[in-house]
Design a protein around this ligand. Structure first.
Ligand SMILES: CC(C)(COP(=O)(O)OP(=O)(O)OC[C@H]1O[C@@H](n2cnc3c(N)ncnc32)[C@H](O)[C@@H]1OP(=O)(O)O)[C@@H](O)C(=O)NCCC(=O)NCCS
Length: 191
């Protein structure tokens, strides 16, 4: 066992409890982001994670936490995205995601993503966006080609990080189309 008592092996799905996060989990979620990101960045991103807990959207904004041995070690949020003039195309965005530093590289992030994608696919969602490192998200099927026709609410600092995964093709009449995110994501600093 390394320091802090975290296991030094992959944490299997059976040893991990994934559940819906509530406002009562805010403190634990903040601690996950403080440990996973450098200081200035962690403040902005943990604020996003906590603000998303209070988003009242249809369809719902989903916040998931991963617990190991009763401790919160990972978090991911999935919030709905509106695609301009294409109401039949149902979309979500995955943001943010973090795993506590002492629990990284044990498949907790992968399990949260896979679980979240299963939920969205079962809901009949067409497309899921993500803005992050293609080297990480590519392994789950996210890719830049699938996101190309969708214009983000703000100009991107790292355009190569804009990706999507398509569960069900959308017939978009005129590409590119603008997307609108929930209020918590309407912050230039996040893009
Ligand atoms: C990125 C993060 C969520 C991954 O969670 P995790 O539980 O450590 O990931 P997993 O154990 O499921 O997967 C680990 C694998 O992803 C790789 N990986 C992690 N971050 C990566 C990145 N930014 N780019 C490429 N690969 C990455 C690891 O090297 C490891 O590779 P391996 O399986 O070949 O050894 C976690 O490391 C984290 O919180 N990082 C800081 C916050 C962050 O960057 N969040 C946004 C993600 S772009």
């Amino acid at each position: 066992m390394p320091k802090n008592g975290a296991p030094d092996y992959v944490v299997s799905r059976e040893l991990m409890n994934i559940r819906i996060a509530t406002n009562q989990d805010s403190g634990d979620i903040k601690r996950v982001y403080s440990s996973a990101f450098p200081k200035g960045e962690s403040e902005v991103i943990s604020k996003l994670a906590i603000d998303l807990l209070s988003e009242n959207t249809t369809p719902q904004t989903i916040s998931l936490i991963a617990e190991v041995d009763g401790s919160v070690v990972g978090h991911v949020a999935l919030s709905p995205v509106v695609i301009e003039n294409n109401e039949n195309c149902q979309a979500y965005i995955l943001a943010p995601l973090a795993v506590r530093s002492d629990y990284q590289k044990r498949r907790i992030g992968s399990t949260l993503i896979e679980y979240g994608m299963q939920q969205l696919s079962a809901m009949g969602i067409n497309v899921v966006f993500v803005y992050g490192d293609p080297k990480y998200y590519g392994r789950f099927g996210f890719n830049a080609d699938a996101a190309r026709n969708y214009t983000t609410p703000y100009n991107l600092q790292y355009p190569f990080g804009w990706q999507a995964i398509v569960f069900k093709e959308c017939a978009i009449e005129k590409a590119p189309v603008a997307i609108t995110c929930v209020t918590s994501l309407c912050d230039l600093k996040l893009w």
